[in-house]
Design a protein around this ligand. Structure first.
Ligand SMILES: [Zn+2]
Ligand SMILES: [Zn+2]
Length: 427
């Protein structure tokens, strides 16, 4: 077996890993480099020739989740290579792509993307898929700031590799993480653990659980009548947090645009059937233009409105704000703080300018990634016999700093080498 980390060993996002045997080959994720600020960064792999070369002899591509730093290069993949993603993730991507089709100048490419996505195959949690002649992949659900995210158990050549994808231990659906590892993955042993390490360098020891965020959201909604929320439109947990909080305000409408409403409807029809938390059915209104009746209601009772930083929202907010009492109006910022910190590499001036329009500002966020404690617990639980390969982490972060004991620490591998007959290649 050969494991190749094409990208992600020393950067967050842009992940691409490959596992192959003599007979078969699979790629895990084909991510684009994360944007810096509001600028798309150059990505030397974002071209058909590079991806076609990478896909040479490839039997399948498996995507852990729909974030662009894991999936965005999918449109360069030759038609002959099957691509797999979770069923709900595929539907979220379809809504996203259809939303982007309307961007002037990009119609042709976007329509091609929509057509390509249609050919994606889907997998089910805990159901193995045979790839090529001798690779078996089993997806297991993980909690992340994207809905329908998975880790993969990859079995081939009598070896077992666990690729975690992006995950966290403090979401609504995180409770299953360690039991899943203990029940389905640990008993037969794991040789190599490929593990994300986004939070290694972040000083967030006391991480807030998504459930505690909900309690804080209710407090804010009691304090402010008019609540604008800036959060990811595809983060199902976070949307559920604010929807549940707004529900406690009883008669306040939960307002968004039709694109966001389409996503909420999708979550309601899928995840909402399994947990009422994801049934977005309490006074939810998707609107595109001025709706007299709804506006009167919003002005009278107050509201929660999901916003984004686009020009449409800027105009929407500009028309609303003069009618609202500034003391009763707040923007709840519920995303990574780096986007609004001028010194941060992720700083986005457009986001900062949007945020500054509001009379009051509150930060209410918790990461989509595992804390150092959770990372250590996962490493100890999986206890891989050959190697821990860290990915999706900052260059100078160090897995060896985790509390995992000397033996596991000695297995942390970030360079090319052959261990126990497994060839590890780090590009
Ligand atoms: Zn990621
Ligand atoms: Zn992600």
């Amino acid at each position: 077996m050969r494991i190749t980390i094409h990208r992600g060993i020393d950067q967050i996002g842009g992940c691409i890993a490959e596992i192959c045997t003599e007979k078969s080959k699979v790629l895990i994720d084909l991510g684009h480099n994360l944007p810096q600020g509001d600028e798309l960064v150059e990505d030397k792999m974002d071209n058909p020739a590079t991806i076609e070369a990478l896909c040479e002899g490839c039997d399948a591509i498996f995507y852990t989740h729909y974030h662009s730093d894991h999936v965005a290069l999918f449109h360069h993949v030759p038609d002959t290579v099957p691509q797999y993603i979770g069923p709900l993730a595929k539907q979220v991507m379809a809504i996203q792509l259809n939303h982007l089709v309307h961007i002037p100048g990009e119609q042709e490419q976007r329509q091609a993307d929509v057509a390509r996505l249609k050919s994606f195959r889907t997998f089910e949690a805990a159901k193995p898929v045979l790839v090529g002649e001798d690779i078996r992949i089993t997806p297991y659900f993980v909690s992340h700031s994207a809905a329908d995210a998975y880790m993969f158990l990859i079995e081939a050549d009598d070896r077992r590799v666990l690729h975690t994808g992006d995950f966290r231990g403090h979401g609504y659906l995180s409770k299953g993480l360690l039991p899943t590892l203990r029940k389905y993955i640990v008993p037969q042993g794991v040789d190599v653990l490929i593990c994300e390490g986004t939070m290694l360098n972040r000083e967030e020891k006391n991480i807030v659980h998504e459930n505690d965020l909900k309690i804080k959201a209710v407090e804010l909604m009691r304090r402010y009548k008019n609540v604008f929320v800036l959060c990811s439109s595809t983060d199902m947990d976070r949307l559920a947090t604010f929807h549940a909080a707004n529900k406690q305000m009883r008669c306040r409408p939960f307002v968004c645009d039709n694109y966001q409403k389409d996503l909420l409807n999708l979550f309601t029809e899928t995840a909402g059937k399994k947990s009422p938390l994801y049934a977005f059915d309490h006074k939810v209104y998707g609107v595109e233009r001025h709706n007299e009746k709804l506006y009167d209601w919003m002005l009278k009772e107050g509201f929660t409105m999901l916003v984004r930083t686009s020009d449409k929202y800027r105009r929407w907010v500009e028309s609303l704000l003069p009618q609202l009492n500034p003391d009763e109006t707040v923007l709840v910022y519920s995303m990574f703080r780096g986007y609004i910190l001028p010194a941060h590499t992720a700083y986005n001036p457009k986001t900062k300018a949007f945020v500054e329009r509001f009379p009051n500002f509150e930060y209410l966020h918790t990461s989509g990634h595992a804390t150092t404690d959770t990372l250590a617990e996962v490493c100890r639980t999986v206890n891989p016999s050959t190697a821990i390969i860290p990915i999706h982490r900052e260059k100078d972060s160090d897995f060896a700093s985790l509390e995992i004991g000397d033996e596991l620490r000695s297995r942390v591998t970030t360079t090319s080498q052959t261990v126990d007959g497994i060839e590890i290649v780090v590009k």
